[in-house]
Design a protein around this ligand. Structure first.
Ligand SMILES: O=C(O)CCC(=O)C(=O)O
Ligand SMILES: [Fe+2]
Length: 332
């Protein structure tokens, strides 16, 4: 007799003492199994970093707040080309405007709250093409994100920033300095662990003139948001070749230099947040079971498929969460 069969058999009447006892015993057993899993952290992160020979990048990330992993360690050029072409296709589909790397971008009919005169974002890319699933499975991205989040991260959004030169704009930084992290109302950010972290797969060369990411080295150790205007003189461009992976800590102050050369500056940004936070984009229940079935256990974990929060009157679906937790714990 299971809890479900009890409920099916007697839908409208009070349960007997024996039936309640069965439910009680089942809960007790389930609690025991869950608590073992809950105490099990993702334990092999530093081994994965070492196996991929990424220790110096992890160290740089911890000391300077950002790092650039060179293309040959990240993915083959053909993969980078597939990502680029797919984003350009999605850009055209959403904007209605043909996009080429050597021409300026244009949001066309795809304007959102964050569209600017020299940039727009293509949101929610994960479900657009399998190439984005493949990117989320990239072992270098995975190990570095797990390092920054200590295995407690989930994907918050996967977007492409499309930037170009607009001669009517003149600020040095077209995107002002900020930390990506939530914090206290006063802008204080936790120092001991990350609430968020970020990554950009570089799809066109990053230089200051090309509109590179701007960072203030070491700023993550201040554990607060910059004050208005603060840090601009200390911001440096993150120079990176196409195919590089830039990673930065939740607290790192960053923005973007204004592009002053023709053509598009393109990236694929995978922003992650701690499991205790809501994600920017919908993944937890939106990710199709077929997608989870063809992907790794980590894929399910990083999309929060093992997270049961957000239920209605039916209550939590611990079994769904439990199944993925078991799978994740076995694999990691
Ligand atoms: O790539 C950019 O220009 C924006 C960077 C940024 O602020 C972010 O991704 O959080
Ligand atoms: Fe940011």
């Amino acid at each position: 007799m299971t809890e479900q069969s009890i409920r099916k058999a007697k839908p409208d009447v009070a349960l007997t003492r024996d039936q309640l006892k069965v439910i009680y015993e089942q809960r007790k057993a389930a609690r025991g199994a869950m608590s073992k899993l809950r105490k099990q952290p993702v334990s092999n992160i530093e081994e994965r970093i070492a196996a991929l020979d990424l220790q110096s990048y992890a160290l740089e990330l911890d000391v300077k707040g950002y790092t650039v992993i060179p293309p040959k360690r990240v993915a083959p050029p053909e993969f980078i080309e597939r990502v680029t072409q797919t984003i350009l296709r999605v850009a055209e589909e959403r904007t209605g405007v043909s996009h080429q790397l050597e021409k300026p971008g244009n949001p066309g009919k795809y304007t959102t709250e964050v569209t600017n005169g020299d940039a727009y974002l293509l949101f929610y890319l994960l479900f657009e093409d399998e190439v984005f699933e493949e990117w989320l499975e990239n072992p270098v991205l995975g190990a570095m994100i797990d390092h920054m989040m200590r295995g407690h991260g989930q994907l918050s959004s996967m977007v492409a920033f499309v930037r170009w030169y607009n001669e009517d704009m003149d600020e040095k930084l077209t995107l002002g300095l900020h930390s990506d992290s939530p914090g206290s109302p006063e802008g204080v950010i936790p120092l001991g662990y990350n609430l968020v972290c970020n990554s950009a797969l570089v799809l066109t060369p990053y230089t200051e003139e090309n509109g590179a990411l701007a960072v203030v080295p070491g700023s993550h150790r201040l554990a607060r948001q910059p004050l208005p205007g603060e840090g601009i003189d200390d911001a440096v461009p993150v120079e990176a070749e196409t195919g590089s992976l830039i990673l930065w800590q939740g607290g790192t102050w960053h923005g973007a230099f204004r592009r002053t050369t023709p053509g598009i500056r393109l990236n694929l940004t995978s922003y992650h947040c701690h499991k205790m936070l809501k994600t920017q984009e919908r993944y937890q229940y939106a990710v199709p079971d077929e997608m989870l079935a063809r992907r790794s256990a980590r894929f399910a974990r990083i999309l929060g498929a093992d997270d049961v929060q957000g239920w209605g009157k039916e209550g939590p679906d611990y079994k769904r969460g439990f199944n993925y937790k078991v799978r994740t714990a076995e694999a990691e």
